[in-house]
Ligand binder design. Structure first.
Ligand code: SAH
Ligand code: F3S
Length: 477
């Protein structure tokens, strides 16, 4: 499709960010050019998230805004890809009849073919994975697996793509079926990619400039793949990816509390490139709530896990997720979550108000009985406690030196540059310009620096902190 333009918007998690990169690569290979303005594009694709209702409403409002541009240009193709496409294709076509194409996350290697189909036949084009029902045949599963693998195997980043920090998928889908979660239905059963493919991809990314690689999976710490009749586990992958020349840092997200083996902590302790950072969602500080969520561990086991991690790597940074207002959550159960936060010294928290998802066990069997205003209050309580704890922890970092991978200009510097451009002024680097990057523990650091520092590892002495950001100066020797 030489000369055609595509606007691709991504919502949701790291998986979607990676999927969008791969879809864009596929379309670029057949001549599409990415553009920033949806209204003027030949093809508009929204890569969607279904994890909370709010995310789906956002998709619908984006699609609603495309009605007029599509009316003005009937040749425009509007496509919905990703989790919401898989979960509710009929709902999308029903509410948004101007949508031409839906494609689930397991079928994304077919997006270019679907676009052709729409153009040629002027009909709806649909690709959904059948295996999400988990009642399909072994053969069907194998075919779908090959098809979805093809997407990752086709990865060919654009020459101008910023690959400094790259994601590599090691695992798809999830078999845990936490009662609140839609992911096992939208992304299907858990499947781990072969180590050789992961390594090839990491080498290719390193050749194209990647310095930091994050291995991603829904329960990434349970990664296992047979190789010559011996299992390759996540810890083995961490070692192998660290050995790839050019890669300076290796991370992995997201971990499931139940599946940790000590070899992962050993790799963190012994392999210098493996970052001291864990993202382990706990969801609640109450055993009764964890049981209703079917999380398969207790609060005590979670605390033991963090203690064990800190025995290996004493200053490890731990991020976590909490859901507030899950079905039947009492004030006492909520307070247990506050107590757990007091105890765990989290680096960062992601707190979500429970949102019932159609098809999940919780939606079918429990009542979403915590009022919205109570959810809101609990959400604020968790976050403000965390903010207080994180600010006081960050105070202890003042005067220390941290290693930062310099990602680019800080948000404020970018804004100032944009304003200069709008005023028609020449954008020039000033000594006071702020750069931003991340530490090995995933903390954001802002400091004055030169554009040529971007892409490098720099030592920064911290001189001021907030709950989420560290400020400092480059230590130049
Ligand atoms: N293991 C996954 C989890 C995916 S969902 C991962 O890679 O992160 C991300 C987070 O969203 C979960 O940890 C949970 O805290 C939150 N979440 C999932 N379903 C939810 C729901 N129905 N309502 C509110 N929050 C939810
Ligand atoms: Fe969702 Fe639980 Fe899997 S939160 S992604 S079902 S581990």
């Amino acid at each position: 499709m030489q000369g055609s333009t595509v606007y691709l918007e991504t919502m949701g998690c790291q998986m979607n960010v990676l999927d969008s990169e791969l879809v864009m690569g596929q379309l670029r290979a057949i001549g599409y050019r990415p553009v920033d303005d949806a209204a003027k594009a030949d093809v508009v694709l929204i890569n969607t998230c279904s994890v909370r209702e709010h995310a789906e409403q956002k998709v619908l409002s984006r699609l609603g805004a495309l009605k007029k541009p599509k009316k003005d240009n009937p040749d425009m193709i509007v496509g919905v890809i990703g989790c919401m496409a898989q979960r509710d294709p009929d709902g999308i076509f029903g509410k948004m009849p101007h949508v031409d194409l839906v494609c689930g996350p397991g079928e994304l290697n077919k997006v270019s073919a679907l676009l052709e189909e729409v153009r040629a036949n002027r009909t709806h084009a649909i690709a959904l994975s059948q295996s999400m029902s988990r009642r399909n045949t072994v053969l069907q599963r194998a075919l779908e697996h090959d098809s979805v693998e093809a997407l990752d195997l086709s990865r060919d980043p654009a020459p101008d793509e910023n690959l400094l920090q790259a994601y590599v998928r090691v695992q798809r889908g999830c078999d845990k079926f936490c009662t609140f979660c839609v992911v096992p239905f939208t992304r299907g059963p858990e499947r781990c990619r072969p180590p050789a493919q992961i390594l090839d991809e990491a080498r290719m990314l390193a050749n194209r400039g990647a310095k930091e690689v994050t291995l991603i999976g829904q329960t990434v710490n349970s990664y296992v793949h047979p190789e010559n009749s011996r299992p390759v586990r996540l810890a083995d992958l961490l070692v192998r990816v660290s050995d790839v020349a050019g890669i300076e840092r290796v991370r992995f997200v997201t971990s499931y509390p139940g599946d940790f083996t000590d070899d992962i902590f050993e790799a963190m302790r012994d392999v210098p490139k493996v970052c001291e950072y864990l993202h382990i969602p706990v969801q609640s500080g109450s055993d009764a709530v964890l049981k209703r969520m079917r999380r398969q561990y207790t609060v005590g086991q979670y605390i033991d896990l963090l203690d064990r991690a800190r025995e290996y790597v004493p200053d490890i940074a731990v991020a976590s997720d909490f859901i507030v207002g899950f079905c039947g959550e009492t004030q006492e159960e909520h307070e247990s979550s506050l107590r757990l936060i007091e105890r765990c010294r989290f680096k960062n928290l992601f707190v979500f108000k429970y949102s019932p998802r159609p098809g999940t066990v919780a939606d079918r069997h429990n009542h979403d009985d915590v009022p919205e205003d109570v959810k809101r209050t609990r959400n604020i309580e968790l976050l403000s406690l965390q903010e207080r704890l994180a600010s006081s922890h960050n105070q202890t970092l003042i005067g220390t030196t941290v290693e930062v991978l310099v990602e680019g200009f800080s948000k404020a510097a970018l804004k100032a540059q944009e304003a200069e451009q709008l005023r028609g002024e020449e954008v020039a680097w000033r000594r006071t310009d702020q750069l931003a990057g991340r530490t090995r523990k995933d903390q954001i650091v802002v400091f004055p620096g030169k554009p040529e520092d971007i892409g490098l590892l720099a030592d920064i002495r911290i001189n001021a902190v907030t709950a989420l950001t560290l400020h400092g100066e480059v230590v130049r020797d």
